[in-house]
Design a protein around this ligand. Structure first.
Ligand SMILES: Nc1nc2c(ncn2[C@@H]2O[C@H](COP(=O)(O)OP(=O)(O)OP(=O)(O)O)[C@@H](O)[C@H]2O)c(=O)[nH]1
Length: 600
């Protein structure tokens, strides 16, 4: 089949530079969706995405466009997730394309993810079409941005379209550039099928719908298909393409972008990056680049009300249907009872899951402080992997603890150089290099332990730079570190949910903070209660919750009778959720308060 009229492309951009708005405009101008049906940001289907204004899931839409040369072209727009945690999914979506539109906001210029996404696109050998967006804004600096793009890409500044996706200005220049500069797909029709899965979603009626690019060969809706990663055979319920709704077809050919409704029950059986071939005449080798993305950040998620445990489990299972990278297993904490240890691709992924549990599933949850995965080498040579401080074995048996380190890129106006360096120093980051992508802008590279990144690093960066800095990070490797476990003891008993693995230099400070907070929160008992923090087998901080005196009680309960009743009732309710730590009664809320304070 002739593929000369097909163009497969994606849009890449830094967050908020206008990727979704441009996608909408392309769909509208090509008549793929009527003006009447035009809802803002069609490609972002999840409510949460719409609200947060970020794209989490990639999708693919086919458009028909009649170009100036008179030809009618089939344009397949593949949307890519907009955040660093989903870089692997981005890379697979890019593999399905021959070209990428690189959108840059005319008021912001090149940002961290502009470059990160550009490098990914170049790795996939894509034709890059830079576009300067938001020229309607008074603060737009299109000339400056065009120059920066010219020196970055070697494309003459005057050839770079200057558009407003919002106002619909110069969108035709983008469509013409796609037709003229993105090469049509190449691929051999007469070899065994190899189709790349670049995204998927769960459909209650059709099972998992895999978004695919037919790289070579072809498939019919009657073919039995094989998923090569784990050798599963499926008979598709349906095959087709999105326009933007599902349009079933009988056949998909080499170069086509479309979907296969597999009937499978979970997306983990049908993973992004896997290759689909024919059961009857399978390809010898899968397509290169398949990876099983691993969670990098871990945290306990507990229901506030014990009876919500099974609801939480159901909700996590439902979320997992659509999210193969979310992991969870039951966990019991002495302070928080029954919950789940969950694994996420990154902090942002964790935030999304937390928000969806709270909003879509209406659950009250408490999330423990996030942790990374440590490699622990024992004195006897055994290696173990630890993703929760509780699992860390006795200090005296440990030879070495290794932690994940990341490469970190920060883009910012130069005036914030000092405060960024200061933040980096505080977080154990090691400076690597700096350059100036344009006048008044600085690009700083660091290496930094992931554990330092996951506690409010981005928030701190944003507030220090008044929101002007952007950042991007990627995993580099494990390194041995001078790490210790800090534990908190109440009345001599260890409180598991409050343990943390920290750098030795930070242990004292961290221990003291925990002790101070707990002291404020633990109600007075009939006896003195010692609150202590320990590291390396030594007590590093200590405070006393003084015993209650009788007259204090009397004062507290004197006065208004209805208020007294209320208090007693509240106490009764609270009592049900009291935890005994040693012989000390602590309301569960106290732990939650400490954990929440930790997040602040
Ligand atoms: N003035 C102006 N605003 C625009 C233009 N294009 C997009 N915007 C606005 O910029 C904001 C971000 O646009 P989006 O299209 O959601 O950005 P995005 O790149 O898709 O963002 P993510 O989905 O988070 O990656 C929205 O408020 C848009 O309305 C434009 O050409 N002019």
């Amino acid at each position: 089949m002739n593929t000369d009229h097909i163009r497969n492309f994606c849009i890449i951009a830094h967050i908020d530079h206008g990727k979704s708005t441009l996608a909408d405009r392309l769909l509208q101008i090509t008549g793929t969706i009527s003006d009447r049906d035009m809802v803002e940001q069609v490609l972002d289907t999840m409510d949460l995405e719409r609200e947060k204004g970020v794209t989490i899931k990639a999708s693919a839409v086919r458009m028909s466009y009649t170009a100036k040369d008179g030809g009618t072209y089939e344009l397949n727009l593949i949307d890519t997730p907009g955040h660093v945690d989903f870089n692997y999914e981005v890379s697979r979506a890019l593999e399905a394309c021959e070209g990428a539109i690189l959108v840059v906001d005319a008021t912001q210029g090149i940002e961290a993810q502009t470059l990160a996404n550009l490098y990914l696109a170049l790795e996939s050998d894509l034709e890059i079409i830079p576009v300067i967006n938001k020229i309607d804004l008074p603060s737009a600096m299109p000339d400056e941005v065009a120059e920066a793009l010219e020196s970055l890409l070697g494309i003459p500044a005057e050839d770079i379209p200057r558009i407003s996706a919002k106002e619909g200005i110069h969108i035709n220049q983008v469509l013409e550039a796609i037709v003229n500069r993105v090469p049509p797909p190449k691929g051999n029709e007469n070899v065994p099928l190899r189709a790349l899965i670049f995204d998927s979603h769960y459909d209650p009626y059709k099972g998992v719908v895999a978004y695919i690019r037919v790289v070579e060969g072809h498939l019919r809706n009657t073919d039995s298909l094989r998923l090569m990663a784990n050798n599963t055979d499926v008979r598709p319920v349906e095959i087709g393409y999105f326009a933007p709704g599902m349009r079933p077809v009988d056949e998909l050919d080499s170069g086509d972008v479309g979907y296969i409704a597999t009937g499978l029950k979970t997306v983990s059986e049908c993973r992004v990056g896997d290759t689909i071939t024919l059961t009857a005449s399978p390809a010898a080798e899968p397509l290169p680049g398949y990876l099983h993305p691993k969670p990098m950040v871990f945290a306990g998620i507990y229901p506030v009300e014990g009876e919500d445990y099974s609801n939480l489990k159901d909700a996590l299972e439902k979320l997992q249907l659509n999210d193969a990278s979310l992991t969870f297993e039951p966990e019991k904490s002495q302070a928080l009872n029954f919950g789940f240890r969950c694994g996420f691709l990154g902090l942002f992924h964790m935030e999304i899951i937390q928000e969806r549990l709270e909003r879509e599933y209406d659950l009250d949850i408490v999330v423990t402080a996030p942790s990374v995965e440590y490699q622990v080498i024992l004195l006897d040579g055994t290696q173990m992997v630890v993703d929760s401080p509780v699992q860390l074995p006795d200090e005296s048996t440990i030879a070495e603890i290794r932690e994940p380190w990341m490469g970190l890129d920060i883009f910012s106006p130069t005036e914030f150089f000092g405060t960024i360096m200061d933040l980096a120093n505080k977080r154990r980051a090691e400076f690597r290099a700096q350059d100036h992508p344009s006048p008044n802008r600085v690009h700083l590279s660091f290496e930094i332990p992931l554990s330092e990144l996951i506690v409010d690093f981005f928030d701190d960066l944003k507030s220090r730079t008044r929101g002007y800095a952007s950042m991007d990070y990627h995993f580099e490797g494990y390194r041995a570190g001078n790490l210790v476990k800090v534990e908190v003891l109440v009345g001599g008993e260890v409180v598991d949910a409050l343990a943390a693995i920290v750098h030795k230099e930070d242990a004292y400070h961290k221990g003291q903070r925990l002790v101070t907070k707990l002291k404020e929160i633990i109600p007075r008992q009939l006896f003195d209660v010692a609150v202590q923090a320990s590291a390396d087998g030594r007590i590093i901080s200590r405070a006393n919750v003084k015993a209650l005196r009788k007259d204090v009680l009397a004062k507290c309960y004197g006065g208004d009778i209805s208020r007294k009743k209320k208090l007693l009732e509240k106490q009764k309710k609270g009592k049900r959720r009291m935890k005994m730590v040693g012989n000390v009664e602590i309301p569960q809320e106290a732990f939650m308060a400490v954990l929440r304070l930790e997040e602040e």
